[in-house]
Design a protein around this ligand. Structure first.
Ligand SMILES: NC(=O)c1ccc[n+]([C@@H]2O[C@H](COP(=O)([O-])OP(=O)(O)OC[C@H]3O[C@@H](n4cnc5c(N)ncnc54)[C@H](O)[C@@H]3O)[C@@H](O)[C@H]2O)c1
Length: 283
C-alpha cells in the first residue's frame, strides 16, 4: 500500500492539478475531454485511431458537439493534448474510459474494448490514480471485469488505486443539453473512491448525483436505456394501430402530453432496430 494515496489524489483534484487522461475520443470521450479542459483540468486524450489524432493535430473536430476553435485554443494554451502513445497513462492521475461497448453478432455485450483498455492501463498504471469507466455496460462490469484486470498492475484497488463508474448520458445533436449541463451519476468502489469521483466530476459538470455502488450506477444507465427502448417500440406499435384506425398518432401524443404527470411523450421514428443496424454503437 502507498501511504497517502487518497489524500494526494484528493488534493490534486481539488487544486485542478490532477492530470486527466480520457481513453477513446469518440462521441462521448472528445466532448468530455474538451469540457474538462475548459474547466481548468490538464487533459490528455488517448485513442488507438491515428486518423482521429491527425485530424485533432490539424485542429479539426470530427464531432458536431465540439468546436474546432476550442481544440485549437485548448491545445495552444497547453490545457489539452492527444496521442496514440498509451505509455503516457503513467503520468495520469485520473483516467476515464470511453471506449465502445457494441453488441456481438449474438447480441451479447462485447466487453473486449473495455478488457483491452483495462489491460493497457494496468501495464502503465501508477499508484494514487482514479480510474473511471463511462462505457455503457451491464451491472457488475466495473467490479467483476475491470477491477481484477486493473489489480494485475500490483496496485491494490481501494488502497493504492481508486475505481469508479459514471454512465455517459451524451445525446449527440441535442442543442439543449451538453456534457457540462447533463446531471452525472457517479459511484466509487468504496468510500474513498466515491469521494474522489464526486470531487472530479463536480469540477467537470454542473450537477453530480452520487449513488451507493458501481453496480447501482451501471443499473441506472441500463434502466434509462430500457425505458427509452420500450417506449420507442411502444409508440411505433401505436402508430401502426392508429394509422389503420385513421387516427393521427402525433395528435394523440400531443394530447396525451398535456397530462402533467405520469406520461412522457415519445415520437414514432425508424425504431431501435433500424438505428442499431446503421451503427455498432450503443448509447
Ligand atoms: N454516442 C452516444 O450517444 C452515447 C451515449 C451514451 C453512452 N454511450 C456509450 O459510450 C461509450 C463510447 O461510445 P461512443 O459513442 O463515444 O463511441 P465512438 O465509437 O464514437 O468512440 C469510441 C472511440 O474509442 C476509440 N477506441 C476503440 N478502442 C480503443 C482502445 N482500445 N483504446 C483507446 N481508444 C479506443 C475509437 O477509436 C473511438 O474513437 C459506449 O459504451 C457507448 O455505449 C454513447
Amino acid at each position: 500500500m502507498t501511504p497517502g494515496s487518497f489524500e494526494t489524489l484528493e488534493q490534486k483534484i481539488a487544486s485542478k492539478t490532477a492530470a486527466v487522461g480520457i481513453i477513446g475520443l469518440g462521441y462521448v470521450g472528445l466532448p468530455l475531454a474538451v469540457t474538462a479542459a475548459k474547466r481548468g483540468l490538464p487533459v490528455t486524450g488517448f485513442d488507438i485511431d491515428p486518423g482521429k489524432i491527425s485530424r485533432l493535430d490539424a485542429g479539426e473536430s470530427y464531432i458536431e458537439a465540439v468546436d474546432s476553435a476550442d481544440l485549437v485554443a485548448l491545445k495552444a494554451a497547453g490545457q489539452m493534448g492527444w496521442t496514440t502513445d498509451f505509455s503516457g497513462l503513467a503520468q495520469m492521475d485520473v483516467i476515464v474510459i470511453c471506449v465502445p461497448t457494441p453488441l456481438t453478432v449474438h447480441r451479447d455485450p462485447d466487453l473486449s474494448y473495455i478488457e483491452r483498455t483495462a489491460e493497457v492501463i494496468a501495464r502503465h498504471l501508477s499508484p494514487s490514480t482514479l480510474v473511471v469507466l463511462e462505457s455503457t455496460t451491464y451491472p457488475g462490469t466495473t467490479a467483476d471485469v475491470m477491477t481484477p484486470i486493473l489489480a494485475t498492475s500490483g496496485h491494490l484497488p481501494g488502497k493504492d488505486i481508486f475505481i469508479g463508474f459514471s454512465p455517459e448520458r451524451e445525446d449527440p445533436g441535442n442543442a439543449k443539453f451538453r456534457t457540462a449541463t447533463i446531471p452525472k451519476i457517479v459511484a466509487g468502489d468504496g468510500a474513498e473512491a466515491g469521494k474522489l469521483i464526486e470531487a472530479f466530476y463536480t469540477i467537470v459538470v454542473d450537477r453530480v448525483v452520487p449513488v451507493s455502488t458501481t453496480q447501482t450506477a451501471e443499473a441506472v444507465k441500463i434502466t434509462e436505456n430500457i425505458f427509452r427502448a420500450v417506449n420507442i417500440a411502444l409508440v411505433n406499435e401505436l402508430k401502426m394501430i392508429f394509422d389503420r384506425m385513421g387516427i393521427d398518432v402525433w395528435e394523440v401524443i400531443d394530447g396525451a402530453a398535456t397530462k402533467p404527470f405520469g406520461f412522457m411523450p415519445f415520437y414514432p421514428g425508424p425504431g431501435l432496430a433500424a438505428i442499431a443496424s446503421r451503427s455498432t454503437r450503443s448509447t
